[in-house]
Design a protein around this ligand. Structure first.
Ligand code: GLN
Length: 539
């Protein structure tokens, strides 16, 4: 029988519900179970594609081209679960589907209502994922907090699933906060109220995860258990992790969360094998080398905007037994800096990363950052917009095309080294198009990127509209910009490299989405390796 575990949250948002859900998934996988993950976002947007990185953080792109919530990125980093379009559900999608069916007359004249039509559609989507062959457990994270109007239909659907499938097949995990007030006293009242609210909807949590600054005493756990009707053993403490979030599955394992889940769901599984994970965590905690990477972007003020990039950099550190420190540099600030100020800003960094982005704002500063890295032989990694910036910088400063630009920033430029393809221009007038999701690139032997991947054929995810203009390829190559990767058939440029430079690599795709702490992405590992080399040289 297939099992379903719902994660809800209470008290306030941003307590780490996604991390908790994926850490449990990690533990269940370590016991040989096959897990699927679903994120429910109770907003009316159909997907996260149009949402501002400032409001919403990074948009995580799946292989099949879905633009999703960043929690799906943490699922991908902690588990082997396939993360595809079907693993992301939004209220926009649910209503769109129900209204489509209503227009097609598929409800046979009945009044279409939240219960049962919206809740049925929610359950149908969950079951579509969970019923796939080979899947043992499906973990569903319901975004938002209990008490929000938006999440009510999802909690109702979750409640119904227990009566539809039987109590032994559906488990409810609720995450709350134990805040500290006044003179350091821990307060359990918000947790009591939050569980009470959940019970009013008809859900009694089986497991409670209490987010707290530290491990709680037995007395407090007993008190929480008493007031919430959750067995003492099933009150799990998710205490603050000082060094690495990757420790969370180990913390849950120490409190036997996996055993409790198996027992409650009457599920048979093997002994947990978490050795490899523990080894990785120990590298995170004890790495002897420290490497400082400057991230030159325009969304640096919100930690979540470049989430997967920051994580992938940390993974690159793990691959090299080093801890990566980030120096977040606002590219807009660089625009007004004098040369001396730029020099000072970059003095303590060993590698530069220019991430993706949209729109003109902040790009002048990124170009200055790229120029500094190129001329000072500092390793530089450009991702998507970052690669386009490296091409523009080369065209301006090496090829001496002073007005070289992307038509995204300056449509009337005389030298559009980055532009839309001819075929795209018409399509854009009809509403815009984007290259989204997984596709193939072929790498040129003898290049840094080929050496990093140790392969000439790779598959990476895309999310962009503009391309290196093919009419400039010859000029760019002749002046020393190596074109190191193409789409099959060489229609489009996929990656570039600086010649006469230790490590200047730009890629049109997003390698950060595929990096995990257990399998650090080869490009990030290679970038950190070259940054370490740069650091050693400069001691
Ligand atoms: N704005 C650029 C484009 O659309 C780059 C996009 C990105 O960095 N994801 O091509």
């Amino acid at each position: 029988m297939k099992k379903y575990i719902f994660f809800s949250g209470g008290v306030c948002s941003s307590l780490g519900k996604g991390l908790a859900a994926t850490s449990l998934a990690n533990l269940l996988e370590s016991r040989g179970l096959s897990v699927q993950m679903i994120k429910i976002d109770p907003y009316l947007n159909v997907d996260a594609g149009t949402m501002s990185p400032y409001q919403h953080g990074e948009v995580y792109v799946t292989d099949d081209g879905a633009e999703t919530d960043l929690d799906l990125g943490s699922y991908a980093r902690f588990t082997k679960a396939p993360i595809l379009k079907a693993n992301s559900i939004t209220t926009g999608q649910i209503y769109q589907e129900v209204i489509k069916k209503e227009r097609e007359g598929r409800y046979l004249g009945r009044t279409v209502q939240i219960i049962p039509h919206i809740t049925d559609e929610i359950k149908r989507r969950i079951l579509t994922v969970g019923k796939q062959p080979g899947v043992d457990v499906t973990i569903i994270e319901i975004g938002g907090t209990v008490g929000d109007i938006e999440s009510i239909p999802y909690l109702e659907a979750a409640r119904q699933m227990s009566s539809d499938l039987g109590k032994k097949n559906v488990l409810y995990v609720h995450l709350t906060l134990i805040p500290v007030v006044g003179g350091g006293e821990l307060k359990t009242k918000p947790t009591q109220h939050s569980v009470k609210e959940l019970r009013e909807i008809g859900i009694q949590p089986d497991i409670l995860i209490c987010r707290a600054p530290e491990m709680l005493s037995n007395d407090i756990i007993r008190k929480i258990s008493l007031f919430t009707n959750v067995e003492k053993e099933a009150v799990i403490i998710g205490y603050d992790l000082k060094e690495t979030i990757y420790e969370l599955p180990i913390v849950f394992r120490q409190q036997k969360m996996d055993e409790i889940v198996l027992k409650k769901l009457e599920l048979e599984a093997g002994e947990p094998d978490i050795q490899q994970w523990e080894k990785m965590v120990s590298i995170c905690k004890n790495a002897d080398k420290i490497i400082r990477i400057g991230v030159v972007g325009k969304y640096i003020h919100l930690p979540d905007s470049y989430k997967s990039i920051y994580e992938a950099l940390a993974h690159g550190g793990i691959a090299n037994n080093a801890r990566v420190e980030l120096k977040k540099i606002d590219s807009e600030d660089l625009e007004s800096f004098s040369d001396e100020e730029i020099e000072a800003e970059f003095a303590d960094i060993h590698g530069v990363l220019i991430p993706g982005g949209f729109g003109m704002r902040g790009t002048i500063g990124m170009i200055r950052g790229a120029e500094f890295a190129r001329t000072r032989q500092i390793p530089c990694f450009g991702i998507c917009l970052g690669m386009q910036i490296m091409v523009i910088e080369h065209a301006r400063n090496v090829l001496n095309l002073a007005d070289a630009d992307s038509t995204e920033f300056k449509p009337e430029t005389k030298n559009p080294v980055i532009s839309l393809l001819e075929e795209q221009i018409d399509i854009t007038q009809m509403g815009g198009t984007m290259r989204l999701g997984k596709s193939e690139s072929n790498l040129v032997p003898g290049t840094i990127i080929h050496e990093a991947y140790k392969s000439g054929q790779i598959f990476e995810r895309h999310r962009h509209r503009y391309e290196v203009a093919n009419s400039y390829r010859d000029q760019l190559s002749a002046s020393g910009l190596i074109i190191s990767g193409y789409t099959p058939g060489e229609e489009l440029v996929e990656s570039i490299e600086w010649s006469d430079h230790p490590w200047g690599v730009g890629v049109q795709f997003h390698p950060e989405f595929k990096s995990t702490p257990i399998n650090p992405h080869p490009l990030f590992a290679n970038f950190i390796k070259s940054s370490l080399r740069h650091e050693e040289k400069n001691i």
